[in-house]
Design a protein around this ligand. Structure first.
Ligand SMILES: Nc1ncnc2c1ncn2[C@@H]1O[C@H](COP(=O)(O)OP(=O)(O)O)[C@@H](O)[C@H]1O
Ligand SMILES: O=P(O)(O)OC[C@H]1O[C@](O)(COP(=O)(O)O)[C@@H](O)[C@@H]1O
Length: 303
């Protein structure tokens, strides 16, 4: 079983304006509310691919209920801890460009945090825990360490998609997959990266530090898959970008779902790229039909 963990879910409020006038009244051209948060997005893609999974984490208040309802409408299995505070709302402003304003997240009590850890007591060998997104400040920056320890004791695998110190500290515990984008990779090492060779150099450092598989996504420039033996590049299909929020999460969902379903890492890479692009070319996250349509357009080359 795959479990996705979203410690900090969100309603993604996507707002489109023709032109953004700061300090003035702007009227929306279009708006859209989506259940968001990185692990939740991964679960939505896993469901499209038919990979059995359960979404867990913290949800609270009217915003939490909205997300829970939406996930149930999509027949996604959930087992969230209900918290007293409201789940956050993240604003995604589309004004020719995309500007994101993400909330810090709700207050989570020690008792609520313990409840989440207890939910993982049934974790066993063969399970995969996908740890995705930011950690609400009230939980403390080392909360992922606690979950990784539970995972380790159970002999389960984990994937981690977060940034900075939390990601670096998770590497020695051997994540099945990490997927920074090329900007996050540069930030992680405090460097500027301008060539593919440099991306490979720093991507390899993530392997050396303990990751089993490394994907580096580069938005419209394709993606790299770095393993202990090989480096592969995938192109991205052509299409009109509608909304790239959730493209990275879709890539992780496509990769992990395919790896668990058929065990072929290159097919997992191809499906990951097709899923990311299918989301970029959709208003909401990708659906199965769009992923299947794009799959034949993704080719993978050894570099
Ligand atoms: N402009 C784009 N055109 C085609 N595919 C895209 C585009 N932006 C994102 N994608 C797809 O989504 C994947 C992840 O996107 P990226 O923006 O790199 O991740 P993140 O959302 O984590 O920053 C890419 O590898 C690609 O497959
Ligand atoms: O937890 P964070 O880092 O604030 O990220 C949450 C945001 O990331 C998203 O999951 C999208 O992530 P990606 O675009 O990286 O795939 C949104 O749904 C959500 O608003």
């Amino acid at each position: 079983m795959i479990y996705t963990v979203t410690l900090n879910p969100s309603i993604d409020y996507i707002v489109e304006v023709d032109e953004l006038k700061l300090g003035d009244l702007n009227r929306m051209k279009r708006d859209l509310k989506l259940p968001g948060g990185k692990g939740i997005n991964v679960s939505r893609i896993l469901n499209q691919l038919g990979a059995d999974n359960t979404a867990i984490g913290f949800l609270g208040g009217f915003t939490g209920r909205y997300i829970e309802d939406k996930l149930q409408q999509d027949s996604i299995k959930t087992d969230f801890v209900t918290i007293a505070d409201d789940t956050r709302i993240n604003v995604k402003l589309k004004h020719g460009d995309e500007t994101e304003i993400n909330g810090l997240g709700p207050a989570i009590t020690a008792a609520e945090a313990d409840q989440l850890v207890s939910k993982l007591s049934s974790l066993t060998k063969g399970d995969v825990l996908v740890l995705s997104g930011s950690v609400p400040p009230s939980l403390g920056s080392d909360f992922y360490d606690r979950l990784i320890e539970v995972c380790h004791q159970a002999g389960a695998e984990f994937v981690i998609d977060t940034t900075g110190k939390a990601l670096l500290e998770a590497l020695p515990h051997g994540p099945l997959l990490v997927k920074p984008n090329h900007h996050e990779l540069a930030e992680l090492f405090g460097v500027t990266i301008s060539t593919r060779e440099e991306i490979v150099t720093y991507g390899r450092k993530l392997l050396e530090a303990g990751a089993k598989n490394v994907l580096i996504s580069m938005a419209g420039e394709g993606a790299l898959f770095i393993t202990a033996e090989e480096v592969y590049h995938a192109n991205v299909p052509k299409g009109q970008v509608k909304n790239s929020v959730g493209a990275g999460d879709s890539m992780i969902g496509g990769f992990v779902g395919t790896l668990v379903l058929n065990g072929d890492p290159l097919e997992a890479f191809r499906t990951g790229v097709a899923s990311g692009s299918a989301t970029a070319f959709s208003d909401d996250l990708a659906d199965r039909a769009k992923i299947d349509e794009l799959l034949p357009q993704v080719s993978i080359n050894n570099v």
